[in-house]
Design a protein around this ligand. Structure first.
Ligand SMILES: [Zn+2]
Length: 464
């Protein structure tokens, strides 16, 4: 019964996508004009200046009769919200992209990072991957919904948010706290996923359904100060170094959740035999330990999604070569699984360090709220699977991000939030070059996201 209902639903979604077919080739110049205009606005955070981007988007949308609202905690850092109304039969769908970008070291770039140079069909600019593709996709989706007068079962909301790169106070936190009704939705699509290629062909669609939670923890060492000519057993430098070594080499317990289990199952199904065996074995309690060991040496990303990870990043101790310092500290960038009990985890960490001279100080609160993973049995996820299959003939793999995004705040409010993204080929690295020098995106990778998102929006929001 459930299977039939599901099939009917997907068939209806596919029919809607055919009804609202778009000539992407014809639309490409307009997408590129809007994308390029956004990339040329320097929204490096800090300071952000996202209002300039919000106003540019507002001008484009309002020219075609789509009203926009700007919400700003700081006048220079506005968030933009626009909405296409549906019948209200279903709860809204939110499309989100962040307008701020990380800063650049200009001398390391081969091009002006804010000129949006198009060289042989590849656009070079800060924000060309992270995250202006989602901003332009959200804009264009609203324009198309309006132009084609699409009948909707649910509102489609577009949020171009400020402050994602480390200053959520101005962006998602502000919107959640002060303007929640403006963006309240059943489903959301934002950054975090990708259309993964291998040997020039689509391999699978990666949809982020959850992410690890940053829990930055300090180790503080105490000891007697002294003259460095006299060795001292209680030397804080020695104690801190040993603690960092133990924490950094601690192989924390591995465990799977629904997202990672389905991820490895499906990855095994599309991998060559040797790799497939490894991905199947990680699901087999009798063989998992050995594969985990392999991941630890060879596949940091897979090792990380199986556990709460502990990575020392800063050590700060000592000030004179001939003085034994009495205090110093190290930073551990702990990234917790969504269901981790941090009190228990920190107690375990103290046991691993096993040194009364070392204080372990967990953060007062995590940088982003901790939330349950978004489900993979929802209408939205099924539509994403269907679109991936129809457009690229590949499966959809749910993924746990090792990094953190503003999807965490949405999930904490009960939104089923899914991370999508442009086409990524292996030579561009696992994050497609986000935050790197010479950040760039092939036009076809951008257009791939546009078309994918449009089909998903129609599939989940258009009246059947
Ligand atoms: Zn981003």
């Amino acid at each position: 019964m459930r299977v039939i209902a599901c099939w009917v639903l997907l068939a209806a979604a596919a029919a809607a996508q055919e009804r609202y077919a778009v000539d992407w080739h014809k639309l490409e110049p307009e997408v590129l004009a809007n994308f390029t205009a956004l990339l040329k606005i320097d929204t490096s955070n800090p300071p952000g200046n996202e209002t300039a981007a919000a106003k540019a988007i507002q001008a484009v949308l309002e020219r075609e009769g789509i009203p926009c609202k700007l919400f700003a905690l700081d006048p220079a850092r506005a968030n933009l919200v626009a909405r296409i109304k549906g019948s209200g039969a279903k709860r809204p769908l939110l499309l989100m992209g962040h307008t701020d970008v990380v800063g650049v070291q200009r001398e390391k770039w081969s091009f002006d990072p804010f000129a949006a140079i198009n060289k042989n069909g590849v656009i070079y600019a800060r924000g060309s991957r992270d995250d202006k593709p989602h901003v332009v996709a959200g804009m264009m989706t609203l324009l198309l919904l309006k132009r084609m007068n699409v009948k909707l079962d649910r509102d489609v909301i577009f949020l171009a948010e400020a402050g994602e790169e480390g200053t959520s106070t101005y962006g998602i936190d502000y919107m959640v706290k002060e303007h929640w009704p403006e963006i309240d939705a059943e489903f959301a699509m934002a950054e975090g996923g990708s259309i993964v290629e291998r040997s020039g062909k689509p391999h699978y669609v990666s949809i982020a359904t959850t992410e690890k939670s940053p829990q930055r923890t300090r180790l503080v060492a105490h000891g007697p100060a002294g003259h460095a000519s006299r060795p001292e057993m209680a030397n804080a430098v020695v104690h801190l170094a040993a603690a960092v070594e133990r924490a950094g080499n601690w192989q924390t317990p591995m465990r799977l959740n629904e997202t990672t289990r389905v991820y490895f199952q499906r990855l095994a199904e599309i991998s060559p035999p040797a790799l497939a065996a490894r991905y199947r074995d990680i699901l087999n309690p009798a063989k998992a330990a050995e594969v985990d060991k392999y991941f630890r040496k060879n596949e940091a990303g897979h090792y990380s999604i199986l556990r709460t990870s502990v990575v020392p990043t800063i050590v700060n101790i000592g000030f004179r070569s001939n003085v034994i310092p009495s205090e110093g500290e190290a930073m551990l960038d702990i990234r917790a699984l969504p269901d981790e009990d941090m009190t228990k985890f920190v107690a375990e960490l103290r046991k691993v360090i096993n040194d009364p001279a070392i204080e372990v100080i967990p953060p007062k609160s995590s940088a982003r709220p901790v939330a349950a993973p978004s489900r993979i049995d929802t209408e939205m996820f099924r539509v994403l699977e269907e679109v991936g299959q129809r457009m690229f003939h590949v499966p959809t793999l749910p993924n746990m991000m090792t990094g953190a995004t503003d999807n965490a705040q949405l999930r904490a409010k009960g939104v089923q939030a899914y991370g999508t993204g442009p086409i990524v080929s292996p030579e561009e690295g696992p994050l497609g070059g986000a935050h790197t020098d010479d950040e760039h995106i092939p036009v076809r990778a951008l257009m791939g996201l546009m078309e994918y998102q449009w089909n998903a929006v129609i599939g989940v929001a258009a009246a059947k």
